[in-house]
Structure formats: C-alpha cells, structure tokens
Design a protein around this ligand. Structure first.
Ligand code: NAG
Ligand code: NAG
Ligand code: NAG
Ligand code: NAG
Length: 493
C-alpha cells in the first residue's frame, strides 16, 4: 500500500506503466509468500492479516457505555501551533482553556526558544513527530505535520501508563475558540465506541469547492472518536505519502479517513469563519444547534462595535456564555405592535439584537445579512448559509442594532438571566418613517431568559419563543424568552 499512487497526482505515463508493472510483480510475490505463509501457519493463525496490527489492536480503554455521559476528561485536545507565533495567539486559547479540567497539548513545529516563557495556565506543548518521507520543507510539509496531530495525540495517550479513558480527540488551530459545554453537548449525541469524524465545512462555497463539502475545516475544529483515531494511526504514514501533493492538513485527514470509509458528520455549530469584514450578519442568525467554536477572528472586524479589539469582543461572548452556555447566540424572534406600527425583533442571545421598524417574516429573519465577504475572492457569495443582501443605500431597510453590554443572573430566580444590549451609537437614523424614529428611541433591549436545560439539545430542534413590551417611555424594550407553549408561534403575542 505504501507506494500506491492515484490518478490525478503528477505522474508521467511512463512511470504509471512502470508502476503498474511493478505492482503486478509485487502482487505475484505477495500472493506467493501469502500462500507459503498460509499453508505453514494457517492452523495456528487463521487470520494472518491481523499479525501486522497486533501491536496496536488492543484498545487500552474498555469501551465504556454511553450511559456515562461524556465529560471534559474524556476529550484530548490537539492544538496546532508554531513555536515563533504561539505567544501572539495565546490570548485566544486562554479564553477557553481550563487548566486542570482539560487534557491535551499544543503541537509545535519545533522547540520554542530557550528564553520563551510557557504559561502555566495554558496547555503543555509537545513537538510534532515528523516521520514520513513527505515531510520535506514548505507548505505541504507543514500540512502533513498538522495532519499528524490526531495520531500524535493518540500515541501520546497510548504511551502514557496513567492515561484515563479517552473517547474523543478534538483538534483545532491556535486561534480557535471552543465553547466547552456546547462541544460536550454535541459529542454526547454520538456513540464514542464507533468511528466518527465530526466537524463542519466552510461558509465560503469557493473553499468547499477547492477541498470538499465533506471535509471538516481544521480551524473550526473537529472531533474524531478513539476507534477512528486508532485506525487512522495504522494508515497515517502511507496515507500522508499518497497525498503529499495536498497543501492543507484538513484535506489530508479527510483523504485518509475516506480510505477508511469514514464520512464527515456535519455539525454546523463548528465555525471556520472563512469570511472577511464583519461576521455580525452570520452570528446574529445562528442555526438551532449549540455554538461549538469560532475561528479566523484576526481576519474579521471585532464582532461587537462596543469593543476596540477582537479579543475583548470575543471575551465578552465567552463570559456571557458561562451564564447559559446552551443559549449562546441562540436566535429568537418576536414582534412588538405599537400604535400604527409593527416591529420585528430578532435576538441572538448574549450577543446582539436586531430591531426592524417593520414586519419581516421569520423565514427571512433567519437569513444572514451580508455584512461579510467570501474568503478567497471577497465576493458576496455563494455561501453555505442563506443570506439577505444588505443595502446601505436604503436606510429604511436596515435594522437598528444593539450589542451586549451587561449580563447577570437573576437575583431571585438563580437560573434566569438578564442580558442587556445597548444601541450601536455610530448608527444614525437615516430613515424618516415614524416607526423608525420610534425604534431609534430605544436605548436598551433587556432580555430575560431561563437557563437552557442541557436536555434541550436532545429534543427536536426548535427556536424558542419570546414576548416583548416597551417600558420607560419606550426607552427600554423588554424581551422575555421562553420555551414555546402549545399553540404559540413567533407571531403570537
Ligand atoms: C467524567 O467521567 C468519568 C467516568 O469515565 C468520571 O470518573 C469523572 O469523575 C467524570 N468527571 C467529571 C468532572 O464529571
Ligand atoms: C514512523 O514510520 C515508521 C514507518 O512507517 C514506523 O515504523 C514508526 O513507528 C513511525 N514512528 C512514529 C513515531 O510514528
Ligand atoms: C505541494 O502542493 C502543491 C499544491 O497541491 C503541489 O502543486 C506541489 O507539487 C506539492 N509539493 C510537493 C513537494 O509534493
Ligand atoms: C430552575 O430552578 C428550579 C428550582 O431551583 C428547578 O426546578 C428547575 O429545573 C431549574 N430549571 C432549569 C432549566 O435548570
């Protein structure tokens, strides 16, 4: 298998012919040896094919039943990093890494400089193994190094006599921000004793066309079960050689898993964010799945205009997510009816509120306003999510925007939260309609919501319902979120 090449790799016809002659020759030799071997040893070893694998075929962890829910101790993280940039990217990792609770390593290309200080609160580092022949220099070599992280992590567990049970290997980039409770909620849906490859494609169709719609993009993070990592470890060296013309680590992993017949299980809560400009349009309409990760945050504007740096803006989202992880970015839609007007209210919990001074149907409110451009060509699409054109020349088409500025648990009902969103003051009312002027009077949207029960993600997905009321002379819009009652819809008030 090791020398096997596929069409599509740069090979001359001559070498292809030579190659097939060689493979016929080796097949004959192999068949001959196999027969000798089999006739001598078959009574002892009825399945000779197993011999080569015997070293790794024992599973160190008796596959524990799914009745014990997966927790953080069952996950081994593998973060890709570079020795010379790690300290610059560190601030994204420290937003979510929980020392003592999480396991795993940052896999570096080489030892960090002798005088570099490695933070005690972050994950420990290891230097990637650079094993097979494709690891020369350059981009493809670095892709192969990163593709090996799952196997490097698996081998680190295998050689650690004190390793506790591992169910999943989760891989991400040094600038990936994970939301740990939501990652768990997603992984708990799947039986860790089987071979799973869970992640998500890119938002930019041009990226999916370049690689595959069935590839988990590395920066968004992806998860591979222990049994899948074990099979991957067996084939990785030959496999990386076969695809040494790939320049992207996630493409390599997908190619190898494809040899094993393991397809991608799509989970849209992993976000690669292959976008430019402002991701707000997308983050304001998160699908009804847990928010698992964010990535490429250095390439887009700070996600909230209330903050100067991206780090502060993302920190505010991470902080609020601790109050109610499952509800983070969950959208809810309701309508406020006033004298002679109707407003459409769309909340992205913990992040922002869009207030449209007219009636927009829910089916349109769940489409992302195109505040962003595609990754490669910076165009307005196509994307793998539904979008609505944002037209800045028509101020009456634009929603009034509010962003999170305060969050707390409810003093009386401990498992309710109050989050407040204040207007983006840079936004001016360019639309002279009475309804719009009334909407611009709102200074704060105050949202009360019960904590989302963890069991919510085991039910059929359903956007929750909300009700609105204007108070304090119209300066505050109160929104109360609840699970929809029988007979209730987004249009009920
Ligand atoms: C995670 O599950 C294991 C069982 O595999 C258990 O021993 C451990 O206490 C759990 N950890 C937490 C933090 O719940
Ligand atoms: C490197 O590859 C060789 C041959 O494929 C294999 O025998 C060896 O175990 C590998 N080493 C590591 C550290 O993976
Ligand atoms: C690296 O990848 C590029 C793009 O796929 C390919 O053209 C090139 O031949 C590869 N380099 C090697 C040394 O395989
Ligand atoms: C909220 O708290 C009450 C009482 O403490 C409890 O009965 C209820 O199950 C909690 N709800 C959630 C969603 O945790």
């Amino acid at each position: 298998m090791k020398t096997m090449q596929f069409h599509g790799t740069e090979k001359t016809l001559k070498s292809k012919v030579l190659y097939s002659l060689q493979s016929i020759k080796s097949l004959l030799v192999f068949a001959f040896c196999f027969c000798c071997f089999f006739s001598i040893y078959s009574p002892l070893l009825p399945v000779p094919g197993k011999i080569a694998f015997s070293q790794q075929s024992s599973i160190p962890f008796p596959a524990s039943p799914t009745t014990i829910p997966t927790n953080l101790s069952h996950i081994v993280f593998g973060i890709s990093g570079l020795a010379y940039t790690w300290d610059r990217q560190l601030h994204f990792n420290e937003l979510w890494w929980r020392p003592g609770e999480m396991r795993g390593y940052v896999w570096l290309d080489k030892e960090p400089a002798a005088d570099a200080t490695w933070p005690e609160t972050g994950p420990l580092f290891r230097v990637s193994t650079s094993n097979s022949s494709h690891l020369g220099n350059g981009r493809n070599a670095s892709a192969a190094r990163i593709a090996r992280i799952v196997v490097d992590s698996y081998q680190a567990v295998l050689t650690d006599p004190n390793a506790a049970e591992v169910r999943w290997f989760v891989v991400g980039d040094d600038d990936t921000v994970f939301f740990p409770e939501n990652l768990l909620a997603v992984l708990r849906k799947y039986d860790h004793r089987q071979m799973y490859y869970v992640g998500s494609m890119s938002e930019s169709v041009e990226q999916d066309l370049e690689f595959s719609y069935n590839m988990a993009f590395h920066g968004a993070g992806f998860a591979i079960t222990y049994p899948a990592a074990m099979e991957l470890a067996r084939i990785i060296d030959g496999c990386l050689d076969r695809y040494s013309h790939h320049y992207s680590s996630d493409h390599l992993i997908q190619s190898c898993l494809s040899e094993l017949g393991v397809p991608l299980t799509q989970e849209p809560g992993f976000h690669q964010i292959d976008l430019h400009e402002d991701a707000h349009g997308m983050l304001a309409v998160h699908p009804v799945v847990p928010l698992v990760s964010l990535h490429n945050l250095n390439y887009i504007k700070p996600i909230s205009p209330h903050y100067k740096t991206q780090h502060e803006a993302v920190k505010s989202l991470v902080d609020v997510s601790c109050l109610d992880p499952g509800r983070t970015l969950q959208q809810c839609i309701c309508y406020e009816r006033g004298p002679g007007f109707i407003w459409s209210v769309s909340v992205s919990w913990g992040y922002s509120v869009q207030l449209y001074p007219w009636a927009v149907a829910p089916k349109d409110l769940v489409k992302a306003l195109t505040t962003f451009r595609s990754w490669r060509t910076q165009s307005l699409g196509p994307f793998t999510l539904d979008t609505r054109q944002l037209n800045l020349d028509w101020p009456c088409d634009l929603p009034v925007l509010f962003f999170l500025n305060h969050a707390a648990r409810d003093g009386v009902n401990w498992n309710w939260t109050t989050t407040e969103y204040s207007r983006d003051l840079k936004q001016e009312n360019g639309c002279k309609s009475p309804s719009s002027s009334e909407a611009f009077k709102v200074k704060t949207v105050r949202v009360k919501a019960p904590q989302m029960a963890p069991a919510e993600w085991k039910r059929a997905p359903r956007r929750q319902c909300c009700k609105t009321v204007r108070i304090e002379g119209g300066e505050i819009l109160l929104v109360q979120i609840n699970q929809c009652k029988p007979g209730q819809s987004s249009l009920s008030q």
